[in-house]
Every structure is written in C-alpha cells, then in structure tokens.
Ligand binder design. Structure first.
Ligand code: SF4
Length: 441
C-alpha cells in the first residue's frame, strides 16, 4: 500500500507518526506525501484546545476531499475522546484510540507487527526525510500519559496514566536514528519529568540521559517540555556534557499563586524561582522557555498583573502564550468566573509583546560569541550563496549565507548581529568553509 501519514499537535504526536512510518516501511509498504496517491491515510489528531479539535476535523475532511477512494485511519487525542463523532466522518474507516495506537498497523491491515530493523530506514533516507531540506532532528518518545490532575488539562484524560518506555528500548531507537544521520534527538512525552515514576524509579530520567550519552554517539540531545516539579536532584548536573542542549522548556502556566492553586499546579512563585536559580547557577547560558495560559477562570486584573510581574522577573528566553480554552470533561470548564474572550486577547497581546522583548534581549547576549549550530533548511539564495538556517544548542535561531548547503551539518558559528526578525546573523570561519568545500567536492 501507499500510506500518507499526518501528525497534528505536539512533538509526541510527531514522534508516534515517525514510528508508524518506520513500521509501515518494515512491512513493505511505501510512504507518500501526496494524499491523492495514497491507499491509506493515517491522521494522529490533537484535542488540547477547541481550536485543535476544529483543525483535526478540518484535516480529515481535507484528506477525504483530496482522495475519496482512500481509507482514513484516525487516532490520537481527538479520536480517543470522541470516537463516535470521528467514526461518522466521511472516509473514516478506522478509529484507533491512544492505547491501541502502537498496534495501528495490525488493526488496519490485519498483519502481525514485525520488528523494525535499521535497514528499514533506507527508504526514509531515500525520501529525503533526513538531512537536505528534510528534518535534521528526530522526536524520540520516552514516556506517555500523566498521573497529575491540572484542572485545565484534557491531555491526561486522552492519554491515560503515566507510563515509561524501558531505557533499553529508547537507547536502541536512538542508536538506529543516529545511525541514519539524525544529528539531534528530542526526547518527548506527556509528562517527561515523571519518567520512571510508574516503575518506582523517580531518578530514572537521570539514568536514561546517562545511558543515551554513554551508549549513543548522537551529537545533540534536547528535552521537550518538563513540568517544573519532581525533577530528579541529579538531573541538571548532567548538563556538564555539552551534548545536552542548554534549552529547557518549563511550563509555568501562571505567575500568580492563587491562579496556580485553582489550576492544581504543583508549583508556586517561590518554588519556580528557586528552580530557575538552580538551573542558571549550573548553565547561565541556558534558554529557559515557558508556557503561560491567560484568562484562566477567576483570573482577575490583579491576578494577571501579579502573573505578568513574575514572568517579567523570570526573564525567560521565550514565552508560549495560550488563551484559556474550556475543555469539556475538565474541572476548570465548570469553574465560575469564566473570563471574556476580549480580555483574554488583550492579556495575550501584552504577554506576546513581553515575549518579543525577552527573546531579543536573550539573543543579544550572545552577539560576539561562538556557538554550535545545527543547520536545517535553506530559505533562498543571494549572489553570495545559500541562505542557511539553523539553531544553536540553546535554541537561538541563526542565519548565514555561504556558497554551500549546510543542512544537517553541525558547525561552530560566530554570532555577529541580531536581524529585525529576531534571527542572529552568523559567520563560519574560513578554515571550516574550506573543510566543507573539500568534503562536498
Ligand atoms: S502535568 Fe501536564 S499533562 Fe499532566 S495534567 Fe498537568 S498539564 Fe496535563
């Protein structure tokens, strides 16, 4: 069969679609980017907000219109939460919930699952999914589900209890991805920081990272979102190893203790402030980013002002700002004092303006320094060469113009200036350019 795969939402969904891709290839099927060519189309949906549900439905409609003959298999959080609504949609032949997702191939083909072998990745490489123009980093699922009960969160409802993949499995997959040219692996999960808790091993995240550093040669390991509590004591000491990217995403959600209590978040201003101080003591050049929800039920102007002041004090490298979206089935959706949309919009605009200032201020700190950059896509060319784009280990966006396509190369870059759009302009040393020149001839 020709299979078209689509991931919506989070990095975890993307990593699951990557695994499905490898499985379909291991079974002798092929992948296509063109829905019109597909016999089967698989959609890994998202339901984190009402908007995410709307775009999941829209994607399914669009695929069916593009190819009414093909079967559609829908999985992911929206399929898990509303299977009957999905089943009634035109073209949908299979609805697979999050618990059965890993067996999706067997469910839709009837074939018993075959183990994925390293050579199974050949077609992936051939399809330029790795390197030039393709992706240079792979998302590596290490954990699923969550045992917490944040009152706004539907993810824990859709993904179930916390469960960790065995370290040996994760290391084996990392070795396979590294052997196929991925320069960076991003560890993903629903509640990554709770890795190992279900196994009675609260320090397991440290053991996992150590195993990945010792048993793989991948140049870069990056962590996706880490809830800011219950983190193993020895975790941050691991960052002595420069292969661990100096980039932490620690969702705060609100900077006001009263709001945090209504959200049932296991952090406070004081605890979060102490965590950030601990991180900055070990890695002062780390990019610390966060998520913030504005307009949570009961968030008064005073609470928002407290939250804003705390966020400003924390001086993040980047803010991801979300307007609170009531999700049926969550306690917060039933709370009184829901905030009007206009107020949410105004608060979001204020925080987005702050985020821009913070990101520029963070980037300016590194002008004049040299940082390692993993080059990704080309965004054009000038008479001086190709416009290469990439990210530093501490997630600074960098651009440079050289007469080579640098995709999937890791090079040191002299950071020279900050462009209007927030990217840093960089230069490669002549010796490095000469080396690339020789290796590409
Ligand atoms: S810790 Fe994260 S995934 Fe778990 S309930 Fe809270 S927001 Fe949801």
């Amino acid at each position: 069969m020709k299979v078209h795969l689509k991931a919506l939402g989070c990095r975890l969904n993307q990593s699951e679609v990557d695994s499905l891709a490898r499985q379909f290839l291991a079974h002798g099927h092929s992948l296509t980017d063109a829905p019109a060519e597909a016999d089967l189309m698989v959609v890994n949906t998202c339901a984190v907000t009402q908007e995410a549900v709307r775009s999941s439905r829209q994607s399914i409609h669009r695929l069916h219109r593009a190819n009414p003959q093909a079967r559609i298999a829908v999985t992911g959080c929206y399929a898990h939460l509303a299977p009957e609504s999905v089943r009634r949609m035109a073209g949908v032949a299979h609805v697979v919930d999050n618990y059965a997702k890993e067996a999706l191939l067997s469910i839709v083909t009837g074939e018993p699952l075959a183990a994925v072998q390293p050579f199974d990745l050949e077609p992936l490489a051939r399809q330029a999914l790795i390197g030039a123009g393709g992706r240079t980093r792979a998302f590596l699922k290490v954990q699923d589900g969550c045992d917490r009960h944040c009152t706004f969160c539907i993810t824990r409802v859709a993904r179930g209890k916390g469960r960790s993949r065995p370290i040996a499995d994760v290391v084996a997959e990392a070795q396979m991805l590294s052997a196929h040219g991925y320069q960076e692996l991003v560890l993903t999960g629903v509640h990554l920081g709770s890795y190992g808790h279900d196994l009675g091993q609260p320090e397991a995240l440290v053991h996992l990272l150590r195993a990945l550093l010792q048993e793989t040669s991948v140049p870069r390991l990056r962590l996706s979102s880490l809830e800011p509590w219950d983190l193993p004591r020895a975790l941050f000491a691991l960052w002595e190893d420069r292969r661990l990217c100096r980039h932490l995403h620690l969702p705060l959600q609100s900077g006001c203790d009263a709001t945090l209590r209504r959200m049932a978040r296991r952090t406070t201003q004081a605890a979060f402030r102490a965590l950030i101080a601990e991180v900055r003591a070990i890695m002062p050049d780390a990019a610390i980013a966060t998520d913030v929800i504005v307009g949570f039920p009961g968030e008064s102007d005073k609470e928002f002002a407290i939250s804003y002041a705390f966020i400003e004090e924390m001086d993040f490298a980047a803010l991801h700002v979300f307007r609170y979206s009531p999700r049926e089935g969550t306690p917060a959706a039933r709370m009184p004092h829901q905030v009007p949309e206009a107020v949410k919009r105004a608060r979001a605009e204020k925080l987005l303006a702050l985020s821009q200032q913070c990101s520029r201020r963070f980037a300016e700190r590194f002008i004049g320094q040299k940082r390692p950059v993993l080059w990704e896509a080309i965004s054009g060319a000038t008479e001086h060469g190709f416009i290469n784009n990439g990210y530093t280990d501490n997630f600074l966006r960098v651009r440079c113009v050289v007469p080579h396509v640098l995709s999937n190369l890791l090079t040191d870059v002299q950071l020279e200036a900050l462009a209007e759009d927030g990217a840093l302009l960089g230069a490669l040393e002549a010796a490095q350019l000469a080396q690339i020149d020789t290796s590409t001839r």
